[in-house]
Design a protein around this ligand. Sequence first.
Ligand code: FEO
Length: 396
Amino acid sequence: MDNISLKEGVNWVGVVDWNLRDFHGYITRRGSTYNSYLIRDEKIALVDTVKYNFSGELIEHISQLESLDKIDYIIVNHVEMDHSSSLPIIAKLATNAKILASQRGKDALIKHYGPEFDRVETVKTGDELKLGKKTLRFLEAPMLHWPDSMFTYLVEDKILMPNDAFGQHLASSGRFDDEVDENELMEEAVTYYANILMPFAPLITRKIQEVVQMGIPIEMIAPSHGIIWRKDPSKIINAYLSWSSGAAKERVVLVFDTMWGSTDKMARSIGDGITSLGVENKLLELRATDNTDVVTEILKAKGVVVGSPTLNNQMFPSVSSFLTYITGLKPKNKVWGFFGSYGWGGGAVKGMVEMAKKAGFEVYEPSVEARYVPDKEDLKKCFEFGRQIAQKIKVA
Ligand code: FEO
């Protein structure tokens, strides 16, 4: 590994996971990285570790710069295992290191790795750790991404290490924003936000405001996944402010599955109705589009229309899976519409509407349904339904 330096005495010692394609269900087509940083001053600190199967590589990267027994502190910004599962091995080799985490981080480390982690020392917002000329300042950031999460700020170097926040699942040879394709980078940043951090939008807005109010200058943001923002950290901060505000375009996403083509026909007519009012829309069939991508499209749209055929008096399993995923992610400020087909008893549309209302979504009603195969009249109703949805989001 080349010596990858953020600033003098601050090095990236993480690993690139080129082959990761599934991160707890989130499809990661461009792999990921687990970033770990070594800060060397009179005292030496390691910020975060990596996923356990890369622990050998982490050890090698640290050893190229420093012997592990010289490490004085290991900072655990977040306990999720992609960042902490090498900690037990590193802690055994870094025999002189104190481990620092938030109080909830300490609790989670004990639950993950056993009672020996009772020796973890806790830090809280505002606490500082002097390494010599360099100072680490801690800022708790609960739910970004877990209750234990915290940010570490390098005061003199003006580097924010926010762990999951501002990350991207992007494997690359470049480590910095000015070394990778900007479009790919922002595509992965928005997908990451939509699939990991969307439920915590209000907390993100508040945390960014808190950091701004603290008046801490940020020259670099070094997250725990993907590239380091050094060219223009404000770009990702502004993007997060926009995404977390629920701002979206005048656009509708139609998400559906189909058994014998009826729901597909309905989706096309609804789409035509939306288009007739000049509103951009996109049809995404669930068996052709992964939930990961559907969710990213939804983040950018003001309207979402979901369709399902009826199977055994219920919605189709792929639609149920999608709704379970999206209701958990709690997208804000969307207008939702539902449509579906059935043969006799029905049940899909009723089930979808109930699920959406329970999640607190704003549901446009009445929904539209067709029996067996939609005829001309049914398709006219679909077209009109599309126009109603388009009108609704135009005034939203
Ligand atoms: Fe990258 Fe919440 O772990």
